[in-house]
Design a protein around this ligand. Structure first.
Ligand code: DC
Length: 212
């Protein structure tokens, strides 16, 4: 069973999903990290992230493992590598390919079938697990999302906003697994709310639905 936390980059999904999984005693799944692993593997092999065939072949052949917060790619720890700006950009590009998405969605379904998960991403409630009993769509204004990213990375908020707009466009315009609000999702705007407040709202929903 999975609680789905979807939304655009910088809406607070990772912090919220991590804290919520701790609070409820569920396992946390960061689906974005899997797209980042595909992108890192594509770059390591000197392939083009824009080429669907090679990116799909990579997605179908790599091994991604989660050990709590640690992510390994073919046996190597890649937690820092997958957060670099190069991999962030390439992840946005590989994630438009239907073959890449099919490979990762299959793996995500296999993982979440094994227990109680809080999974964050773009298409958890719409594609990976449409039967999820609690779907949350987190939002925040683009400016606030860029401001948070700038605080985390020390980058310039205006430049981050431009790159973020481009990734938002790819996220919402791709043909498969586009970012959209599931019909039965609860929308939560995190712009003026603290992490604790957001987690409390979602934990309350989960308990109210008898999930925890
Ligand atoms: O959430 P994130 O920034 O770590 O995601 C990295 C990239 O992967 C981002 O460009 C969107 C994409 N992604 C996706 O297409 N589907 C998901 N379920 C999760 C992430």
């Amino acid at each position: 069973m999975v609680i789905a936390i979807d939304g655009p980059a910088g809406a607070g999904k990772s912090s919220v999903a991590r804290a919520l999984s701790d609070e409820l005693g569920f396992t946390y799944l960061d689906s974005g990290a899997m797209y980042r692993c595909v992108a890192a593997a594509v770059l390591m092999r000197d392939l083009d992230p824009g080429d669907p065939e090679s990116a799909t072949a990579v997605a179908e052949s790599i091994e991604i493992d989660f050990d709590w917060d640690r992510i390994s790619l073919d046996g190597d720890q890649v937690d820092q590598l997958i957060r670099t700006p190069e991999v962030t950009e390439a992840a946005s590009r590989v994630s438009v390919h239907p073959g890449v998405r099919a490979a990762l969605v299959t793996e995500q379904r296999r993982l979440i079938s094994r227990g109680r998960y809080v999974a964050e991403g773009r298409d958890i409630g719409t594609v990976v697990s449409p039967e999820s009993p609690l779907k949350v769509f987190l939002t925040a204004t683009p400016e606030e999302r860029a401001r948070r990213r700038a605080l985390q990375t020390g980058g310039d908020a205006d430049q981050i906003l431009l790159a973020q707009n481009e990734r938002d466009r790819r996220d919402s315009e791709r043909e498969v697994g586009a970012l959209r609000v599931a019909e039965d999702a609860v929308e939560v705007d995190t712009t003026d709310r603290s992490l604790d407040e957001v987690v409390a709202v979602i934990a309350g929903l989960a308990r109210g639905r008898g999930l925890a």
